[in-house]
Write a protein that binds this ligand. Structure first.
Ligand SMILES: Nc1ncnc2c1ncn2[C@@H]1O[C@H](COP(=O)(O)OP(=O)(O)OP(=O)(O)O)[C@@H](O)[C@H]1O
Ligand SMILES: [Mg+2]
Length: 747
């Protein structure tokens, strides 16, 4: 069997793939299908970037579903990747196959997980569902693990390993794992008892090279003896602009990786003047439309205005501080060949298909507080390089590292261009990871004895790489941590069981340390202040926080004194290694406090020097943690804290003061319209019920459609003036940006 036509699968699937332009299988895909994977055998596919791993996964999923072996689970490491796969797989709905995605803030509407044939989840979401022991887990027939080499990631790797270990116990499903080319892919295969397909074949040739002084020294594919030099004449002030324009001159697009958010912005600004000449009139007008969607009104945060301005000129920056909407607009405009250049941090590197003919990696060093500056792993370099030359977009690709001296160039060629990625290894033996995951498996009654714990651990990559005994003492100390923290109980017969608190903590998907922190603080204090709670949340290991820059330090040191009485934890001494972290917590708590005092996103992002994406992340996580705190207060018999925690939770959700909580519960009413109504004297639902419809409609930011919707929600019969109104309202629901834009139109 070699050809697409000969695949033993429903012909409709084959026709479907052909209609999408897949004419024949790539050689590693053929090799994969020859392993028995279509009959249900496990497979590890470790082949280069862009060699079509997803297609193999797709065909295996469809085969399993159509053969009645069960539903398919597709695990991804990133929400953005989930979105790309969801949009990709939706095409199978015409074959009667339902697709759903659940990652938290991007959940697909409509299709419930239980009903979906293909379910796309981030690893963390899958872990959380496993904890709830959803009954459909048994119906899983096949699990696809995308980017499985990320077991090597110290923070998220253990979750991936444990989810798979648990699913192996619970579902008995087939596993198809997709991996970058790593040197010990055979170990992953032996862990998963899978066949291994390894290859260096790439559908689109990728030349990797290093730039120095007007020349790029290129090495073609893995044929390292094939060397060529590309001259890049120096014409512009900015050397990087020459390397970028060298590709734009030939109608290609460029992705430029730098190490920090700040550099993405400054680099995009420095390049913008060189880009304009490459834009057509048509693309300029479409770019202007996108720039407008990003926003350029007085209420738009400075960073977004800058992004909007740059986008209009054909270049964008991309980093985790962007909010979801901005990120999608940038990625889509790049895919549509409107943006010529995107300057990004490496978060963009994993798995996504982008039309970059040339990827430039300016920074191969990264800074970490604990490690200082260090060179990135080869695997990460290869992932970034692999964004260039994707089959859908280009006939060839180029990845270019940027050297400043001859010796640096030689070192880069040697270390990155000509080297294979390093081996990967399990990160499970970390105290925090074991505490978190052992509590989960005890709470879900997957493992209640030492033997059962050993059984679960034996399913992990760790056990495959190490003598299991080497992890024994880590397990014992994690168990005693959980027992001391009263999250589990150990009966004399050595049976482990979770306490009610342990069970709830596991279901809430919070770190055991967070559960202990919340319980202790809420039991110790009779009462709390708003800031005290917000800081407590920020002190927990589950809350992302910002940092205090050197120039802000003094300001925060002084501020901390004002808050000292409200804090629910002991404040570290100045000079203590935890002190700067503590200031970051205080700063983040202030951001949250401003958010629920109705400060605008513009004011928050500008006063605290954070991105809108950050604000959304802080708020979303805090909302969950405040809810978790109220649950912990309930379970640990501290009901006095609950009403206030519930109110803070709702305030975080809507970003409002307490007085308009009643109003924002209405669909279509967010913080801006809510405040507007309140200021007009409409302070309660009764007021809204009583006011005549036409008067309500005349209030700025409201209008007829919203007014009608409010009345309907209050049970008043209204004759709808236009049937499309309800959909308009659904779109604006909780959509602060669009409401903000509306307000701008009024003022
Ligand atoms: N047989 C084929 N013929 C033509 N195009 C194909 C074929 N198989 C896959 N492709 C296309 O190749 C592109 C890259 O595929 P895919 O995203 O699966 O890469 P990948 O192997 O997962 O890479 P990465 O490691 O970067 O995630 C996609 O646009 C896909 O549609
Ligand atoms: Mg992929």
């Amino acid at each position: 069997m070699t050809r697409l036509d000969e695949l033993p699968i429903n012909k409709k699937v084959i026709t479907h793939l052909k209609n999408l332009g897949i004419i024949d299988l790539f050689p590693p895909q053929e090799e994969a299908f020859n392993t028995g994977v279509l009959e249900g055998k496990n497979l590890v596919l470790a082949i280069p970037t862009s060699s079509g791993k997803t297609l193999v996964a797709e065909v295996c999923m469809l085969k399993a579903i159509l053969d009645g072996r069960g539903k398919a689970l597709y695990l991804v490491p990133l929400k953005s990747l989930a979105r790309e796969k969801y949009n990709d797989f939706k095409k199978y709905e015409s074959l009667g196959i339902t697709v759903a995605m659940s990652v938290g803030d991007y959940d697909s509407p409509g299709t419930k997980m239980r009903e979906a044939d293909i379910l796309i989840l981030t690893t963390e979401r899958a872990d959380s569902l496993v904890r709830h022991k959803s009954d459909w887990i048994e119906e899983i027939g096949i699990i696809i693990v995308d980017e499985i080499h990320l077991v090597n990631d110290s923070t998220r790797g253990p979750t991936l390993e444990m989810v798979l270990a648990k699913l192996m116990q619970m579902a008995k499903a087939q596993i198809v794992a997709l991996s970058a080319t790593i040197s010990n892919a055979d170990e992953i295969a032996s862990w998963l008892e899978a066949d291994l397909v390894k290859s260096t074949w790439r559908p689109v040739p990728l030349s990797e090279g290093v730039y120095l002084d007007g020349e790029i020294d290129f090495f073609e594919d893995s044929l390292f003896e094939k060397r060529s030099v590309r001259f890049v004449p120096r014409k512009r002030k900015e050397e990087l602009a020459d390397i970028v324009c060298d590709t734009l001159d030939e109608n290609g697009q460029v992705l430029l990786f730098v190490s920090s958010r700040k550099s993405t912005v400054s680099m995009a600004k420095r390049l913008v003047s060189s880009i304009r000449q490459y834009l057509t009139n048509e693309s300029i007008s479409r770019l202007l439309g996108i720039a407008k969607k990003i926003g350029n009104t007085p209420s738009t945060p400075e960073a977004s205005r800058l992004l909007s301005k740059l986008v209009a000129d054909g270049i964008a920056f991309h980093h985790a501080g962007l909010d979801n909407k901005e990120r999608m607009l940038v990625e889509d405009a790049f895919k549509d060949n409107l943006l010529k250049v995107v300057v990004a941090t490496p978060t963009l590197a994993a798995g996504v298909n982008l039309p970059a003919r040339r990827v430039i990696i300016r920074d191969y060093r990264r800074f970490d507080q604990n490690r200082g500056s260090y060179p990135i792993p080869i695997l990460e370099y290869k992932q970034m390089a692999g964004r260039a030359g994707r089959p859908k977009y280009d006939k060839y690709g180029e990845a270019v590292l940027f050297a400043r001296t001859e010796s640096e160039k030689d070192a880069l060629i040697d270390h990155y261009t000509l080297s294979d990625p390093e081996e990967i290894y399990s990160r499970l033996a970390s105290p925090a990871a074991l505490q978190f995951h052992l509590l989960a498996s005890i709470a879900a009654e997957l493992t209640n004895t030492s033997n059962e714990i050993d059984g679960l651990i034996s399913n992990t990559f760790y056990a495959c790489q190490n003598e299991q005994s080497t992890i024994a003492h880590h397990i014992l100390s994690a168990l005693s941590f959980l027992e001391n923290g009263k999250l589990i109980e150990i009966a004399s017969s050595s049976r482990y069981s979770a306490t009610p608190l342990g069970k709830r903590a596991s279901q809430l998907y919070i770190d055991p340390q967070t559960a202990i922190l919340f319980r202790d603080a809420l039991s110790q204090y009779e009462d709390h202040t708003l800031f005290g709670i917000l800081h407590l949340i920020c002190h927990s290991p589950d809350q992302p926080v910002t940092y205090v820059s050197r120039s802000e330090t003094e300001e925060y040191e002084i501020l901390v004194d004002d808050y000292a009485k409200e804090l629910m934890i002991e404040q570290p001494d100045i000079g203590d290694e935890k002190y700067s972290e503590f200031l970051g917590e205080v700063k983040t708590a202030r951001i949250l406090s401003d958010w629920i005092s109705e400060a605008t996103e513009k004011d928050i992002t500008e006063s605290y020097n954070v991105g809108m994406g950050d604000v959304h992340r802080f708020v979303q996580s805090a909302e969950w943690l405040v809810y978790s705190a109220s649950e912990i207060a309930r379970i640990t018999n501290n009901p006095k804290h609950i009403p206030s925690l519930k109110s803070i939770n709702s305030r975080l959700k809507y970003g409002v003061r307490e007085d308009i909580l009643e109003l924002v519960n209405l669909r279509g009413i967010g913080r801006v319209r809510g405040r507007m109504l309140y200021n007009q004297g409409l302070k309660t639902l009764v007021d809204l019920y009583n006011i005549p419809l036409n008067e309500l409609a005349r209030i700025p930011t409201i209008g007829t459609s919203i007014a009608e919707s409010i009345k309907k929600q209050l049970g008043v019969k209204v004759k709808s003036s236009d049937t499309t109104h309800s959909s308009i309202i659904d779109e604006s629901e909780e959509d602060f940006d669009s409401i903000q834009t509306l307000l701008d139109d009024f003022t």
